[in-house]
Design a protein around this ligand. Structure first.
Ligand code: ADP
Ligand code: ZN
Length: 216
């Protein structure tokens, strides 16, 4: 089963993907994470990507497509992928369709975490994560537990691009570019919508129920 999870930056895609990956034994393809890994490695590509992300722009479809193809071509992940943050525009959706045919796979579900800009602002400005294990936390909604050895102060990290101006810009870019992609999956009858403003637990339950039905 391959799933795509949609929603503006800060909607909770990464948070939910973490749970879903464990429960249904899937692999998360987060283009955001793949890009940040590249930045960390400080390659020429990484430096280019860093510049684009921090100015609130999207990275080129070609660079992202390359990272996605690497993932899709890995037979360990075959039909066990949750796409988080990809495809972001219609051109990427078409690229993905071609890659799916090439690697003999298909999408089973396109989930949209529908979330308004006012909530997104709080989610983004409060977001931090653990550098060591990758867990995502939130100052307002989901602080890290005090007695957690791994996610203690020294590893907690705020993303450089998580400020309010970048959040608004990313939200607007997302809405403009991704709306046609949602229509693309509606036409394929793969689209389902979830209220992204519910609690983390509630959303997790709704997503689990939807996947369980598909798996049955
Ligand atoms: P995305 O991957 O869509 O950009 P994240 O999963 O990183 O979003 O979540 C953004 C921020 O909002 C994080 O700080 C996370 O802890 C918090 N968060 C995620 N889902 C919820 C929710 N349902 N309610 C409240 N806070 C949430
Ligand atoms: Zn940790």
């Amino acid at each position: 089963m391959n799933i795509i999870i949609f929603g503006p930056p800060g909607a909770g895609k990464g948070t939910q993907s973490d749970f879903i990956v464990k429960k249904f034994k899937l692999f998360q393809l987060s283009t955001g994470n793949l890009l940040r890994d590249e930045i960390k490695k400080k390659t020429q590509l990484g430096l280019e990507i860093n510049k684009e992300i921090n100015s609130g722009n999207l990275v080129s479809d070609k660079i992202v497509g390359k990272l996605v193809e690497n993932f899709l071509s890995n037979t360990n992940y075959k039909n066990k992928i949750i796409f988080d943050g990809y495809p972001r525009n219609l051109s990427q959706a078409n690229d993905l369709d071609k890659l799916l045919i090439k690697y003999e796979q298909k999408i089973d579900l396109a989930l949209n975490l529908k979330t308004d800009i006012e909530i997104i602002k709080k989610r983004i400005t409060g977001r931090y994560s653990c550098n060591k294990c990758g867990k995502i936390y939130n100052k307002f909604f989901n602080p890290h537990p005090k007695n957690n050895n791994c996610c203690s102060g020294e590893f907690l990290n705020k993303r450089g691009d998580d400020n309010i101006d970048v959040a608004i810009k990313r939200f607007n870019t997302y809405t403009k570019e991704t709306s046609p992609v949602l229509d693309f999956y509606k036409k394929k009858k793969l689209y389902k919508e979830i209220n992204g403003e519910s609690s983390i637990d509630q959303i997790y339950k709704e997503i689990s129920d939807i996947i369980a039905v598909i798996e049955a």
